[in-house]
Write a protein that binds this ligand. Structure first.
Ligand SMILES: [Zn+2]
Ligand SMILES: [Zn+2]
Length: 185
């Protein structure tokens, strides 16, 4: 029995060592492949690819540690996304309204340019509307009232345009009695 167990133990040890060795080799190989794909996502330089992969190939786990310290912080996709974001932010800044006269930046709800005092918007001539209307618009887009040359007025406030149907907004005015809607049934 003793003669049979001794070779059995040594075989078991050999198997464990072989498995461990294969595992370590697989781990090393995986680290090299991972590094190669990771550096390709972060740099387009072929020499950087070779350097990073060789670092892990030669120094193994310590090479991977060095690679983590040295690798570019952003991937190429992240850098591209960031540049797109910056570009859209810049475009947004440029698209903000400017005064047509002095090119100063103005807010969309300004009536007058604070720098050169040019009229940017007029108030709608309907007092109950009171929205801001561009001087070039003939109609108020909010209430449909024709805006008759307010800036060139002759003192008399212009009446509503004859062709434009004015629909009163609040048909059901403030009813003091409250529940005054007789419903059928
Ligand atoms: Zn201006
Ligand atoms: Zn209006």
């Amino acid at each position: 029995m003793v003669f049979l167990t001794m070779p059995a133990i040594s075989t078991a040890v050999q198997v464990v060592v072989a498995f461990g060795g294969a595992y370590l080799v697989a781990l090393w190989f995986s680290m090299i492949v991972w590094t190669y794909y990771d550096i390709r996502a972060r740099s387009q330089d072929i020499y950087v690819h070779i350097f990073a992969t060789a670092l892990v190939l030669i120094f193994n786990v310590f090479g991977l540690l060095l690679y983590f310290i040295l690798r570019p912080r952003e991937t190429l996709a992240e850098a591209y996304e960031r540049s797109l974001e910056e570009e859209s932010l810049l475009q947004e800044l440029e698209e903000r309204p400017h005064c047509p006269s002095c090119r100063q930046r103005v807010s969309p709800d300004y009536m007058v340019c604070p720098s050169c005092h040019v009229i940017l918007k007029n108030l709608c001539i309907t007092p109950s509307c009171g929205r801001l209307v561009h001087p070039r618009w003939e109609l108020c887009p909010f209430c449909g009232t024709l805006q008759v040359g307010e800036t060139e007025g002759h003192g008399e406030p212009p009446t509503h345009g004859s062709n434009v149907p004015i629909v009163p907004i609040s048909v059901f005015g403030p009813d003091p009695q409250g529940a005054g809607t007789p419903g059928p049934g």
